[in-house]
Each structure stands twice: as structure tokens, then as C-alpha cells.
Design a protein around this ligand. Sequence first.
Ligand code: MG
Length: 247
Amino acid sequence: MTLQAITFDLDDTLWDNRGVMTRTETGHYAWLDEALAAWLERRGEGQRERFTERFPLEAYQASRSRLAERYPLRRGDFTWLRERALVEMLETFGLPRSAAWLWAAATMARFHALRIDVSPHPEVEPLLCELGARFRLGAITNGNLALHRLALHRHFEVSIAAGEIQAPKPDARPFLAALAKLGTPASRALHVGDSWREDVLPALRLGMRAAWIAADTPHAGEMPEGVYRLGHVRELPALVRHLERAG
Ligand SMILES: [Mg+2]
């Protein structure tokens, strides 16, 4: 069976995302705290308590969890959850609604600037160049990074932000949307991702093949048919050559 298309998970597949999320989470919230305090100072309200004294980071995280429970369809739309949580806290802090929305939007601009500061593994750019010349490539992510702002975005004919279509992986819909847009039957597509639950299993159920990037995971024994375990995405071109020879 000839391979026509390859879809990629992004976070922890094309780059290591742990440091990025930590920097982004603390960085944008600290920015809000500083900038809001300076703004209140200029308005003669500098004697007020600091925003993060009233709402420590844990309160922000708890607020997002509550919103996700209250609006289950939005549970994977992390940008929406963050913005709504910020607005609610800022209003409770005493800001008028319009100012709360403006500060939430400014904070989310800061969030996205930090979130996009990812460092793809050095092999990723040449790998996407090579594979993009022979296959149709797509990106399927549960994350909320602004992929169009990354240089490697140009390699993907299709990119699906699954949370924003209210169907985060392992939901089949983002995979089906990608396959439809790529014009490829599942049987001729390979999905590449690091999560067994969110990448490998849904791809397999649809009849795609799956490359599981499982560097830190202990060996899980025999792989099901159609699943190929890789230690790093740099091993993908060799797998593709193997699949082409076998096909
Ligand atoms: Mg991932």
C-alpha cells in the first residue's frame, strides 16, 4: 500500500515542549502582574494589593479547570479557557468589564509570544523538506500555539488545531478533517506522535499507520500491526523508506 500522506503531532514530537509550557505559564502571568501594577500606579491606585496576591497562579489554574467543567465542549480550547478565566479574575479584582477584556487580551498576546518560542529538533526542518517533496504533510495538534507564525508551517498543507474545533485528540474528527483536506484515504496515511492515547490509538482505529515517538517510555512489548515505535522523530525517514520497500 503506497504511502501518500504523513500527519504530525507537534508538541513533544517535533520539539521538547516541557520547558516551553513552564516558561509560558509563569511568564505571561508574571507579565500581567507587573504591567497591571504599573498601570494602577499611574492611575493613583498603587496602594491596592497585587493581582497575584489575590489570585496566585494556582487560582488561575483552578479557574480554568472549573470553566472546562462548566463548558465541556470548550475543554480543549485552551486559549478560550485562559482568556475567560483572566476576564473573570480581573473583574473580581475590581476592573471594569472593558478594562478586564483589554488586559486579558494583552496577557494572551504575551502568552502566544512565549508559547510560539519553541525549538524544533535540528533534524526537523530537513526532514520535513525531504518528506514534503514526496508526501502531503499535515499537522494535528491539541495545543494552542499559533503554528502559522512558525517557519516550519510552510511544510504543512493542512494544520488542524483540534481544541479549537472542539474535538481534541483522541477524538477521530481532527484526523478525519486532516485526511479529507489532504485527499488521502486513512490506509495510505501515517500519523506521527508521542502520545499512545491521543496519537497512536485514534490513528490506528481509523486504519492509519502510526509512528510512536516514545523516547522515555519503557518498552511496551510487541507493537500492534501498523504501529512503529521510534526513539526520536529523526528516525522517521528510515521508517518511511522501510514502509515504501515493504509496500
Ligand atoms: Mg504531543
